[in-house]
Write a protein that binds this ligand. Structure first.
Ligand SMILES: C[S@@+](CC[C@H](N)C(=O)[O-])C[C@H]1O[C@@H](n2cnc3c(N)ncnc32)[C@H](O)[C@@H]1O
Length: 271
């Protein structure tokens, strides 16, 4: 399951190599290589539909990475000094972004991906640019307890990121996760989420290659994400991929082939 994180790293490595890259993730290539996906990935079905799906997923990863980088910069600017990456995978923001003095960044994931990551970081002699704390725990268990034991202070605001995570969790697990995040969020906390947009599982997941990330997708965003998050105590803004892509100078030039609902990309502030 965590192998999906290697695929994400591969996409970030490809973006990093672009001339007009939306972000630079110098560690991504080493993660992808250690995971066997660089320089080439294993032979994949190359019919037109599969190729289009892969490009679509890769594009969404690039845009969401940029979106959440911006959200974290704004959180830092507003004075937030705790960051929690839920399902952190091979996210290298601790190493590649500028953090204000005193920032503590917690990476929550299970032990196997965190150990894999640690071995690559050692090999690359990577140095974090903030205080980085890894928290090996399954998000289905008592992760708030593990996070508190690792030094997270719920009385201080936190910037929470759940990137490429919720789509893999059944709805009741998403609800529980949101409730637990809320319980650890002082006023002024921020949250960035990526949600599967409505219909994405039918369009991408249904005939996805077995074992691919899309074949494991199980949940989409609710009909009204703003109301849903208001119920959890957050003032949320939703953005579509198309709108953010245009804002970042990477417009999608094809007309939408299906009705686009607002918001696979969510930014929220704790009331
Ligand atoms: C698609 S990857 C995304 C990684 C990272 N957020 C990023 O965007 O680069 C999903 C990550 O969620 C983690 N994950 C999924 N279910 C989890 C669970 N129950 N507990 C902890 N981590 C989990 C996986 O191990 C994997 O690293």
């Amino acid at each position: 399951m965590w192998a999906t994180a290697v695929g994400v790293a591969r996409v970030r490595a490809l973006e990093t190599a672009r001339e007009n890259a939306l972000f630079h993730d110098p560690l991504a290539k080493a993660f992808a290589a250690a995971g066997g996906l660089w320089p080439t990935s294993p032979a994949l079905p190359d019919d037109e539909a599969a190729r289009r799906r892969r490009l679509g997923v890769a594009f969404s990863i690039v845009i969401r990475t940029k979106f959440l980088d911006e959200l974290l910069r704004q959180a830092s600017a507003s004075g937030v000094r705790q960051v929690v990456l839920l399902g952190a995978g091979l996210d290298s923001r601790a190493f590649r972004m500028d953090w204000p003095e005193g920032t503590r960044l917690f990476e929550v994931d299970t032990a196997v991906p965190l150990d894999f990551k640690a071995s690559v970081l050692r090999q690359e002699r990577a140095v974090a640019r903030c205080e980085r704390i890894t928290v090996p725990v399954d998000l289905r268990e008592d992760w708030p307890g593990a996070l508190a034991a690792a030094g997270h202070d719920p009385a201080e605001p936190t910037a929470w990121i759940a990137e490429g995570l919720l789509i893999y969790l059944p709805e009741d697990a998403v609800e529980l996760l949101l409730a637990r995040i809320g319980a650890q969020s002082a006023p002024g906390s921020r949250m960035g989420l990526t949600l599967g947009s409505r219909g994405v599982i039918e369009r991408f997941g249904a005939d996805a290659e077995p074992g691919s990330a899309a074949s494991m997708w199980v949940s989409e965003m609710p009909d009204d994400p703003v109301a849903w998050l208001a119920g959890h105590g957050w003032d949320a803004d939703t953005h579509t991929l198309r709108e953010r892509a245009a804002a970042y100078g990477r417009p999608i030039n094809t007309p939408p082939r299906h009705e686009e609902q607002p918001g696979g990309l969510i930014s929220a502030v704790r009331r």
